[in-house]
Design a protein around this ligand. Sequence first.
Ligand SMILES: Nc1nc2c(ncn2[C@@H]2O[C@H](COP(=O)(O)OP(=O)(O)O)[C@@H](O)[C@H]2O)c(=O)[nH]1
Ligand SMILES: [Mg+2]
Length: 232
Amino acid sequence: MRYLISLLTYNEIENLPIITKEIFEVAPDVDILVVDDNSPDGTSDWAAEQMQTEPRLKLIKRASKQGLGTATLAAMNYAIENEYDYLINLDADISHPPRYIPELRKKAEEGVDVVIGSRYTKGGKIEGWSLIRRLMSKAINFYARTILGLKTKDNSGSFRCYKTDKLKTLDHKKIVSKGYAFLEEVLYRLKKQKATFAEVPITFVERKYGKSKINKKEAITALCNILYIRIM
Ligand SMILES: Nc1nc2c(ncn2[C@@H]2O[C@H](COP(=O)(O)OP(=O)(O)O)[C@@H](O)[C@H]2O)c(=O)[nH]1
Ligand SMILES: [Mg+2]
């Protein structure tokens, strides 16, 4: 089975070298695709230089910051065009420990279309979040589950393994979310395509280096998008 691991990056220069090394340690047979939005900190320069000696590393460099949703779509298209069997996405900030990759793969190869590395299934944990951040994340998940009718517990995290054949059934023109709501929207659209889902517990660790890219405006846009997806 051919696996593509995607890492979406915007200013992740401290994290990218560490996470790529950790991924290749637990999964030496995969390729890693970095989708970088012209990070001012030179994240893509690091990737471009590494690629000269590391053929498993691939790079899509986009002209400007265009959002997590469109970056994920770029990775999905790359996986389809280059005939990978599965696409696994992790946040590049090392919040999603690569040691769980083998468990996601195992579950996927049992025949599940979408395997979620989940903070909210039994055994899942979060390290380094304040009470308020936990409550906000829980509230967003409750909101998305209620509005979109999702049965899965962690719908706002991006640590997932998708079967590429299932991704081919998505109509990209229908996807409205450019930013963070993409995570919920893609589950909703895959559910409509009769995809099967499973959750594998993970311990999420808040980033040590760099800054989160979500801000108030992005968060509000995401909430509005979720509602819009349901009523349109
Ligand atoms: N290419 C790209 N990556 C992004 C964008 N927004 C966020 N990311 C990346 O997506 C991942 C998750 O973002 P992060 O800021 O950690 O969000 P949080 O974990 O919800 O606080 C990180 O690897 C970011 O660098 C974007 O607009 N473009
Ligand atoms: Mg993060």
